[in-house]
Ligand binder design. Structure first.
Ligand SMILES: N[C@@H](CCC[C@H](N)C(=O)O)C(=O)O
Length: 267
């Protein structure tokens, strides 16, 4: 069976997207891994299938490159919003973790990422503790904060985000027993109350050029510690995102969403 796909990215966090709204598509974990492989497949950090939804404009199914299905992808939600409608109309996107609302005016896209989960059992953590300042450390990385943005994140605040050996520490922290569903790992540097630099080791994908939910998590974690105001720019290796934690608790994320190429693949 041959299927068309779109290759998109948000700040270099890249995705293969299939549209199964009118023609169903079921992928096995092995197929997802093969398609995501950068040497023998198409190559991407995450793979999405757009399916029909009874409650929203589209259902967005999300897999990491390791073949694990997950609840959220912020950069991906911007891409899906742009694919469904890029004329400035609101697009509702159902995910396993809930319904998001995106609004795309061409390549500039805002997504209402919903309300962050901040309790230990929402992250989830293995046992009860204060998620604003977890009293744990991994070598030189101390006192992280944890935030759930539809997926689990832990964020460490450091003086220099580029100094940490995230390629080595990321997999250790991702699989620490404190996180029963594993975790996305952010290393954040607060430059000013409205400006953060961030690198992310993504669960199931490794180091990526950007992570939308990671940017939201870093912003929320900084705001909870009173290190930042309610609107911040987050600089990631692939570019910038704007994150606002509104008074109604919803997190708004704004950034670009780009089509790289289209193609067909035998499944
Ligand atoms: N790239 C994403 C997050 C994708 C899922 C994540 N790796 C997880 O396992 O939760 C983003 O832009 O948010």
């Amino acid at each position: 069976m041959t299927r068309s796909f779109v290759k998109m990215h948000g700040l270099g966090n890249d995705f293969v997207i299939f549209d199964a709204r009118s023609e169903p598509l079921t992928l096995s974990r092995a197929q997802v891994r093969a398609l995501c492989d950068r040497r023998t497949g198409i190559g991407c950090d995450q793979l999405f299938v757009m399916e029909p939804s009874e409650t929203a404009d589209v259902f967005m199914r999300i897999w990491n490159a390791d073949g694990g299905e997950v609840g959220a992808c912020g950069n991906g939600a911007r891409c899906i919003a742009r694919l469904v409608n890029d004329s400035g109309r609101d697009v509702s996107i159902e995910t396993v973790a809930g319904i998001l609302t995106g609004n795309a005016a061409k390549d500039v896209v805002s997504v209402d990422m919903g309300i962050p989960g901040l309790d230990w059992d929402q992250i989830p953590l293995a046992y009860a503790m204060d998620t604003a300042e977890l009293p744990v450390g991994w070598e030189d990385l101390q006192n992280p904060g944890a935030v759930n943005m539809g997926n689990p994140h832990v964020v460490f605040f450091v003086p220099d985000a580029n100094a940490a050996d995230l390629a080595r520490l990321g997999p250790l922290i991702e699989t620490d027993p404190l996180f029963p569903e594993r975790v996305n790992v952010g290393i954040a540097q607060v430059n000013a109350r409205d400006d953060i630099t961030l690198r992310v080791w993504e669960r199931g994908a490794g180091l990526t050029r950007a992570c939308g939910t990671g940017a939201c998590a870093a912003a929320i974690a900084a705001m909870r510690r009173n290190l930042a105001d309610r609107t911040v720019t987050v600089h990631l290796p692939g570019g910038d995102l704007r994150v606002e934690w509104r008074a109604d608790d919803h997190v708004m994320m704004t950034g670009d969403a780009n089509i790289a190429f289209t193609g067909e693949v035998d499944l």
